[in-house]
Write a protein that binds this ligand. Structure first.
Ligand code: NAD
Length: 251
């Protein structure tokens, strides 16, 4: 069923949450657009002007890595100071009350945690853009240390071990963190309600989770303002603005 009326969408979601014993939310870039962070696929997205490099390109040369860092900092400047939106606040509250067990997110902006979501309940499939790691030894590096040195030299940062330092996000072609994947699979297969929010559901393997939940017997709800390829298998499609639909759940 597709619901476009906001009030009816809120009622239907509320009822499904009440009936659920174990709900999981799966979030994408659409959750953060009201916070000023553009999503990936909408026309004129700044991500297209400052597109993250595929992993193989990043590894290929120091020049490519410098380009990747220039784009990363350009994007950071665009959404510096972004605050959680209504959807983040609603999900933090739903996790607090136990109505939602976990949030699996494709987002790299850290806004679920900033809204008060317990970090142990947030599974970041695509990493986190607020710090960096060495690809060789795994050491964490802080952007506040990297950026001034990069801007002064123009050289891509390197670790003391000689390894390349990369934003702690998962690039196209880069393996997803095994531990996060394991936790996401466990949460997906344990839930009886899976709510996909603000994702075009075309980026794999992340987009496989809603279908896996449904195949395992869970109900599937999709909240998005445009159609997705998985709408046909969903029990409920709430088509509209995420912030408007989720707002009452923050109370
Ligand atoms: P996407 O850009 O492919 O899809 C976002 C979807 O959200 C679109 O279908 C769009 O119509 C919808 N949408 C946008 N604003 C909305 C709103 N206010 N209400 C309802 N719907 C809205 O995003 P994706 O599926 O998450 O895939 C993009 C990839 O890029 C992800 O892997 C993610 O890691 C990365 N990314 C992350 C961020 C972030 O961290 N905030 C931002 C852009 C891209």
């Amino acid at each position: 069923m597709i619901i476009e009326d906001v009030g009816r969408a809120q009622d239907a979601l509320g009822e499904m949450l009440r009936d659920s014993q174990s709900a999981v939310a799966f979030t994408g870039a659409g959750l953060s657009t009201e916070c000023g962070i553009p999503d990936f696929r909408s026309p004129d997205s700044a991500w297209k002007r400052h597109a993250p490099l595929p992993h193989a390109e990043f590894l290929a040369s120091p020049q490519a890595r410098a380009l990747a860092w220039r784009r990363k900092f350009a994007m950071d400047d665009l959404y510096a100071g972004a605050q959680p939106g209504r959807g983040h606040r609603a999900l933090a509250r739903l996790m607090e009350t136990g109505a939602v067990e976990a949030v699996i997110t494709q987002n790299i902006d850290g806004l679920h945690q900033a809204a008060g979501g317990a970090p142990e309940r947030i599974i970041e499939l695509h990493g986190n853009g607020s710090y960096a790691t060495c690809l060789s030894c795994g050491l964490r590096h802080e952007l506040a240390d990297i950026r001034p040195r990069f801007e002064a030299s123009g050289d891509a940062p390197e670790c003391a071990c000689g390894g390349a330092v990369k934003s702690a996000t998962i690039a196209f072609g880069q393996a997803m963190p095994e531990e996060h994947l394991r936790r996401a699979r466990r949460a997906t297969l344990a839930c009886d309600l899976f709510i996909a929010i603000g994702s075009s559901l075309v980026v794999y393997p992340a987009a496989a989770f809603p279908a896996a939940a449904k195949d395992n017997g869970s109900a599937l709800v999709i909240v998005n303002r445009e159609p997705t390829p998985l709408d046909a298998m969903a029990d409920l499609v709430l088509r509209g603005d995420i912030g408007a639909i989720l707002e009452p759940f923050a109370a």
